[in-house]
Design a protein around this ligand. Structure first.
Ligand code: GLN
Length: 484
């Protein structure tokens, strides 16, 4: 085990600044750990590419250029396209696809000097809650290899939790940053919708998809978000907001912070081990000066049917581009054009993706649009309104990320609805476009990690990171490592 394993970005940055380590050494260390790992967290690793980037970072630092992130290794969820690595989206459809350009997120982190150590495994087209939907196999949870890593950014979460790399990118459409972060015991933040460019993020549900950082600490997430966020004219839903320093409020005291606890997040479906950890974390916030108010998010239960109409509808449209002509896989034998489409898509997509395409096409079809899609959009609006009512009484909302700790690989594999139900606490913030994060707050059954979810109003990322950082300054859950 090298000194750099399980280190924060902040620590690694200090090592680089003081000359105690080089970017090439950090990259070599990370690549060696990735190579030795059997978590199935990575889909594509290209040491020659990473080492060339690390050399350039060392040269930049030697010339007095670069910033805090220059020379630090990062892994990218394989839903961000990259020109130097394959971009598979966890799908057979794109198994050998190499993009002609880098996603904005990848480009910005590279411009900040970060070194890409590889592309992480994920559920196919980011559809899933367990990372068992990947064409490249399930990701294993570093705390217990029998357990799922969570989804869809499970490879990123497992890689950070296992100390293969200190940071990774993820995307969150209905919980895919927060839930795997929770189940693997790391920190992750889904920003306000539109904060982080979707350009080059392979689209699942465009009105929900949002990229964000996954790391060991809130402080590191702030550093990463500083580089990732910002207007991008190539994404039509990118928000034109002034550049912010997300680290600026990290050290603000929490005196007077009003924490809203939605009663719907602490009901019957929540397992007692997760509830106990979440309650203990809230107690800790009270000792830090926060006060607690009960709030209500009355449409929480409706988030599942609403999301599983809206997301598949958008997916069915987004995935129509995979036709064997423009990108990726094409069936090798076919009679005519129709047959080529059919065989290509039958071969290229996995079962869950096909299910979503069918559901999506159905709810958008003539005669069903009003009954399903339009209804779901109305519920989506009401869910967003409920949050605004709640934020009149509180500054942040806290609750569990997931109803249980990580379940075993295979346990829910044949039951899509059981997977959907596990998204109950994350979908609402996604439907509303609100920022949300997950921080580790203890261990439940089987010594598996538990995450606390912190949801804020639009553009309150700096506040969320402050709240999380204050907790992490007072506790040590985020420093725990598997196998220790
Ligand atoms: N589990 C949800 C889904 O399958 C969310 C996934 C995500 O956020 N990408 O759609």
């Amino acid at each position: 085990m090298s000194a750099a394993q399980f280190a924060t970005l902040k620590h690694l940055s200090e090592l680089l600044a003081s000359g105690k380590a080089s970017a090439v050494e950090l990259a070599q260390d990370s690549l060696a750990r990735i190579d030795a790992s059997d978590l199935n967290a990575f889909i594509d690793v290209r040491p020659e590419v990473s080492l060339a980037q690390a050399k350039a970072a060392d040269a930049a630092r030697a010339a007095g250029q670069g910033g805090a992130l220059t020379g630090l290794p990062i892994a990218h969820k394989d839903i961000f396209v990259t020109k130097d690595f394959r971009s598979t989206a966890g799908s057979k459809m794109l198994a050998d696809y190499v993009s002609p350009f880098d996603a904005t997120v990848v480009e910005r982190l590279a411009a900040a000097g970060m070194v890409t150590v590889g592309k992480t495994n994920c559920d196919e087209f980011a559809m899933g809650s367990s990372n068992e939907n990947s064409a490249f196999g399930a990701v294993k949870n570093p705390w217990d290899v029998a357990a799922i890593a969570g989804g869809s950014s499970g490879g990123s979460a497992a890689a950070v939790a296992a100390g293969l790399v200190s940071a990774a990118t993820g995307t969150d459409t209905g919980g895919s940053i927060r839930q795997p972060a929770a189940l693997c015991g790391i920190t992750g933040i889904k920003p306000t919708y539109g904060r982080v460019s979707r350009y080059g993020m392979i689209a699942y549900a465009s009105s929900l998809d949002q990229g964000g950082p996954m790391a060991r600490t809130a402080e590191d997430c702030a550093l990463l978000l500083n580089a990732m966020a910002g207007f991008d004219m190539r994404d039509s839903t990118s928000l034109e907001r002034p550049v912010e320093d997300f680290s600026r409020d990290l050290n603000q005291p929490l005196q007077g912070l009003r924490i809203g606890l939605p009663k719907e997040y602490f009901g019957a479906g929540l397992s007692s081990d997760v509830a106990a950890c979440v309650q203990a974390a809230i107690k800790q916030f009270e000792t830090l000066g926060a006060t607690v108010v009960e709030i209500t998010l009355p449409r929480t239960e409706l988030s599942i049917p609403a999301y599983y109409v809206v997301a598949p509808a958008e997916a069915s449209s987004n995935l129509s581009r995979f036709d064997g002509v423009r990108y990726g896989h094409r069936a090798s034998e076919y009679k005519d054009l129709q047959d080529m489409y059919k065989k290509t898509r039958a071969e290229g997509f996995g079962a869950e993706v096909k299910r979503r395409i069918m559901v999506g096409a159905y709810v958008l079809s003539h005669g069903y649009y009003d009954a399903y899609y339009l209804q779901a959009q109305k519920i989506r609006r009401l869910i967003a309104d409920d949050f605004q009512t709640a934020f009149a009484d509180c500054d942040v909302i806290m609750g569990p990320v997931a109803p249980t700790v990580a379940w075993n690989i295979g346990d829910k594999a044949d039951d899509p609805v059981a997977n959907y139900l596990a998204d109950i606490y994350t979908l609402s913030a996604s439907l509303a476009g609100l920022p949300g994060m997950s921080i580790p707050v203890g261990f439940g059954n089987g010594q598996r990690p538990v995450g606390l979810q912190i949801i804020g109003n639009y553009f309150s990322e700096a506040r969320l990171l402050n709240v999380a950082h204050q907790y992490q300054s007072a506790t040590d859950w985020h420093t725990k490592t598997p196998g220790a």
